[in-house]
Write a protein that binds this ligand. Sequence first.
Ligand code: SF4
Length: 337
Amino acid sequence: MSVIDTDSYSRRLRDRAVDLDGRRLLVSDLRGSAQENDLSEPVNCGGYGRIRHFTRATGTGWPDNPLPIDPAAAALGLPPGADGIRAQVFQNAACNWRCWWCFVPYGLLSANPARSAMRTADELVDAYLAIPGRPPVLDLSGGQPDLVPEWVSWTLRSLDERGVSDVYVWSDDNLSTDYFFTHLPPGEQHYLATHPRYGRVACFKGFDTESFAFNTTAGPELFDRQFTLFARLLTTGMDLYGYATFTTPSAGGIAAKMRAFTDRLQRIAEHLPLRVVPLEIQVWGPVAPRMRADRHASLGLQQEAIAAWRDELTRRFAPADLAAPITRPWPSLPRFR
Ligand code: SF4
């Protein structure tokens, strides 16, 4: 696969993935997809939704993942420290990158009308609200949701207009586009950034230019853009968190590269590493056919990388800080709400 021209492809995908006049977006049809086999519950909402069980516990050597468990609990007034939380997931049918370890089949990322359908946010919210025992979290995933930043805004307004206040909306961002800023009017940006029941997680897809390009098929120069976009989102005051993935093709210099990565996070905000959760890459169903020797090897190298990450955090933060909830307000981070 050749290097993706991210900006050009993003524009083309957006053109196909949103109908602004109809306030609709392209949502993936999960029925019959390779992803369906990985699900623990049948697809729902006519085939366009699924239930996800987010769990705090992770693999050996990897830190717990409190996302979105703790932010949702804080926003909804639920008891803190739960082991997990259920979420209703919808996936927009477009992504501008092709991470080899993506658990979504590539066919559900190309705005393909044969594998998706246009839906309004109101229709998706209605389908979600009709689920018996509906989950407390509504996860707007992808794909790259920021290709259609209106989706989050439409969804929050739909819930607010219905007087629904027991739902936490969570959305993903691959830190590739600035469409939140360029396609949403300032009033909508402010509405999202200050909404008491909205949180966003943005994913750093590597810890240096080489691992980033290896993981995403994007140009290595876009690694830097990830930091710029994260910093810009943070200035809005949004309840913002980070993921990071550490698969890399190179065994050399991992400790030094991780030190530089952590330095860059701290140049955005001193306590930002405490809001970033590394994710262990695993081989889900759609990933197996994409495996090559270097990708197999990178699964082992991510174990060295996570050890280096933990060393960095231990050197930089006190044990009490490392044990603090991820939702804790830090002096170096903008105050949410
Ligand atoms: S950015 Fe996200 S949705 Fe897109 S290919 Fe990577 S993991 Fe998949």
